[in-house]
Ligand binder design. Structure first.
Ligand code: PTJ
Length: 264
């Protein structure tokens, strides 16, 4: 825990609390130093998106739930930031989708793998793959530490969820004919562009919604779920997020210009 107390009436209290959580888990070794920087990039896009779950994001959440529920071997890949911000939701999602949870880190050390696993177990996870010797398989297409995977998890998965990812792995997984679900606030990132379903939203808002949607869609038959997935077009959905950003910017710019006119 850091010693800083965020006043609850601070206009940006929620955002500051999220930062504190990341710092706390950076200090306990779960989050990589670069994870703090990555969050800052995410925050910038969140601003542009209006800091709320958008309509395209809700459509992507539905498609992601359908992909998880129609999978034979779904796996949720967890890194430092995801564990720090959404451990409880990840455990609930794995339960709802009957998915495995696997630790996969870019800045990989056994200490960090263990810290991420601990956080997931504290949130109720029974089995966490990909830690230490259990990450004994390799993804040939990759050179980063992310290539090390668990043969019971990501290697044999048909659907892999990769929240807050860094580019090349999504491409490699898609090349391996896996469906990839990303959660990424940046609709322009390589991960967003390459994934099968990209949820352009903050993980702190998207993850609980994805849990609820998965629990709800569980009652539907496979044909209906496949239809939801077929209907979804990732490139079109990303374009809708970009159009929303443009609209938000235009509206704000117009308001500012108008206010300036009034002052004169
Ligand atoms: O824990 P490790 O070692 O696996 O490392 C994790 C990080 C995040 C450091 C690593 O994967 C990385 O460097 O990622 P990138 O390339 O910075 O990409 C992270 C993406 O997540 C960026 O496109 C950010 O905009 C986005 N992002 C950051 N915070 C959030 C987010 N998306 C959704 N919710 C967030 N809170």
């Amino acid at each position: 825990m850091t010693d800083i107390k965020i006043p609850s009436d601070h206009p940006r209290a929620k955002s500051l609390q999220i930062r504190e959580k990341l710092i706390e888990h950076y200090l306990d070794g779960t989050v990589a130093a670069a994870g703090l920087i990555a969050h800052g990039r995410g925050e910038a896009f969140d601003y542009l998106l209006g800091e709320k779950t958008t309509k395209p994001a809700l459509q992507a959440i539905e498609a992601a739930a359908a992909a998880l529920l129609t999978a034979e071997n779904p796996v949720i890949s967890v890194n430092g930031n995801t564990a720090a911000l959404a451990a409880q939701d990840i455990v609930e999602l794995a339960e709802a989708a009957n998915a495995k949870i696997e630790v996969n880190l870019f800045y990989r050390t056994l200490e960090r793998e263990t810290a991420v696993k601990k956080l997931l177990e504290k949130a109720g996870a029974h089995e966490v793959l990909g830690v230490g010797e259990s990450a004994s398989a390799r993804i040939r297409e990759l050179n980063s530490e992310r290539r090390r995977v668990d043969p019971r998890g990501i290697l044999r998965a048909d659907v892999v969820m990769v929240p807050l990812e860094d580019g090349d792995r999504t491409e490699a997984l898609v090349k391996m004919h896996k469906k990839v679900i990303a959660i990424d606030l940046n609709p322009l990132s390589r991960t967003s562009q390459k994934a099968t379903v990209t949820i352009v939203d903050n993980i702190v808002r998207a993850a609980p919604k994805l849990v609820k949607t998965t629990q709800k869609l569980k009652k539907h038959g496979p044909r209906e779920l496949e239809k939801i997935l077929r209907r979804f077009d990732n490139k079109k959905n990303l374009a809708e997020s970009l159009i929303l950003i443009r609209k938000n910017l235009s509206t704000t710019a117009e308001k500012m210009a108008y206010a300036k006119g009034e002052d004169q």
